[in-house]
Design a binder for this molecule. Structure first.
Ligand SMILES: [Fe+2]
Ligand SMILES: [Fe+2]
Length: 470
């Protein structure tokens, strides 16, 4: 049932062989994807042998099959979670009716837009990370970077499949455009701002995988609720892969904290200048990176008050993450109190769903913070890492452009401008973090600014040669 056919050009569990037109269209797109991967994917490591996991089926036994492959030979394909028999729409005005196996005409352009926006983020992140391999802190980390990259490539395939299979000619055009836009490109940038921010150091990479991949998790969870069943099944399977990306972020930041605390103890001081001189990331600088990537990722949820989110929910296109945990799935009667710069407003709940999602996202973000702060507390230092207020440094929504500090307090424009370099990485901070980035590729060795992981991949030792460079 859930096995994936690897004998086909495009591995899949959607019986592609029985749909010749679709198969031909996707086989036409495939070389374009590979060209994109070679030109815009990880630079200079295409010949390396990488210890990667590949899905061979979508069930618990088969989705994580490990082996050594060169990245261009990775078997990207189309894998949907198994269908739920007689699945019904779980929310919105059509709740209880059968889920859709085809796209209803009236929602066609909205659904296409949702799929394209999600799809655009996947190759964007690969582009953002393409140079990181040159400064990897260890082979273990290099392998994790490449694992994430190939899976984001597969997530692009997942969205391209939907576009080709269900949206006809405009879908095919959109699939080409997904390879034509590029992260940070002046003329054809990626759709969402966060995915145009360069990621040129590993501290940013860990923050990105912690905060931005977690936004991905929330988007996928809400699309997994969709009445459009193929989208739901596609996103459900993507979520199993996504967990590893956030793991890399959470453990990456945890290892930075661990190493910094070791240095602080050795020196007997928390003086940032001395911690830096000893080659570790001081905690105030780490806090700035958290502020930067958290606030940037919060924008991805959209405006606090949104008629689009209301329509998407009411029509059954996009639910709330873990919709079943709520009691009311229609939300026509409820309101929510929202704080805006003009004061508190009562807003119909349907229009406040971006904020509902943002709040549950922030709660999820707290989990890592608690863990890192326990490490700091155990080491005997009073410093605590925090998440910035969801009003801080916003570019979208009610708080866009407002001079608010990381605690959420409104300031004068002048004071805000003056103090911003205390809250997000300044040029000098970035220069310092860049100065730490040096390629370490001896098996088991780590860069001096990060502690080794507690364990290796798939029960292998940390010293395993996860990437064989030639
Ligand atoms: Fe993804
Ligand atoms: Fe991801």
């Amino acid at each position: 049932m859930s096995g994936i056919n690897y004998s086909e050009k495009i591995p899949n569990n959607v019986n592609l062989v029985n749909d010749r037109t679709l198969q031909r269209a996707l086989e036409h797109w495939q070389p374009h994807f590979l060209d994109w991967w070679k030109n815009m994917g990880p630079s200079d490591f295409q010949a390396a042998d990488v210890y990667l996991r590949t899905a061979i089926s979508v069930d618990a036994q088969g989705w994580a099959h490990y082996g050594t492959v060169k990245m261009p030979d990775y078997r990207w394909g189309i894998f949907l979670a198994d269908p739920v028999a007689d699945r019904k729409i779980g929310f919105g005005d059509q709740m209880g009716q059968p889920a859709w196996q085809q796209v209803p005409g009236e929602y066609r352009s909205t659904l296409r837009r949702l799929i394209v926006t999600q799809g655009d983020t996947e190759p964007a992140s690969v582009e953002q990370q393409r140079l990181l391999g040159h400064t990897c802190p260890s082979l273990y980390d290099l392998r994790n970077l490449f694992q994430i990259n190939v899976e984001e490539g597969r997530h692009l395939w997942a969205m391209v499949y939907l576009l080709h299979a269900y949206f006809g000619r405009d879908g095919r055009e959109e699939a080409e455009e997904l390879l034509a836009r590029h992260s940070g490109d002046a003329d054809k940038p990626r759709i969402l701002t966060t995915f145009n921010e360069p990621i040129s150091d590993w501290l940013s990479f860990y923050c990105f995988t912690y905060f931005t991949d977690r936004d991905g998790k929330y988007q996928l969870k809400s699309l997994a609720e969709s009445a459009f069943d193929p989208l739901s099944r596609t996103c459900r399977f993507m979520l199993t892969e996504e967990a590893h990306h956030m793991f890399v972020g959470e453990t990456g930041i945890g290892r930075v904290v661990k190493r910094t605390l070791e240095v602080m103890k050795e020196l007997g001081t928390d003086d940032p200048a001395r911690v830096r001189a000893a080659g570790a990331v001081d905690l105030p600088t780490l806090q700035k990176y958290l502020n930067f990537w958290c606030s940037s990722s919060l924008d991805l949820f959209g405006s606090e008050i949104s008629s689009n989110s209301a329509a998407n929910f009411a029509h059954g296109l996009k639910g709330r993450p873990d919709e079943s945990q709520y009691e009311d799935h229609v939300l026509r009667e409820k309101t929510m109190a929202l704080l805006t710069p003009e004061g508190e407003q009562q807003v119909p709940m349907l229009n406040a769903l971006n904020e509902v999602m943002r709040e549950s996202y922030l709660k999820d973000c707290e989990i890592g913070l608690k863990r890192w702060n326990r490490q700091i507390e155990r080491a005997g230092f009073p410093f605590r890492l925090t998440l910035p207020s969801s009003r801080f440094r916003r570019s979208i929504g009610a708080w866009a452009g407002q001079p608010v500090d990381p605690q959420g307090k409104m300031l004068s424009k002048e004071e805000y401008e003056k103090r911003l370099p205390d809250w997000i990485p300044s040029e000098a901070d970035r220069t310092f973090v860049h100065s730490l980035q040096q390629k370490v590729v001896a098996p088991g060795k780590m860069a001096a600014w990060i502690a080794p992981p507690e364990r290796g991949i798939n029960n292998l030792p940390v010293e395993y040669e996860y990437v064989k460079l030639h």
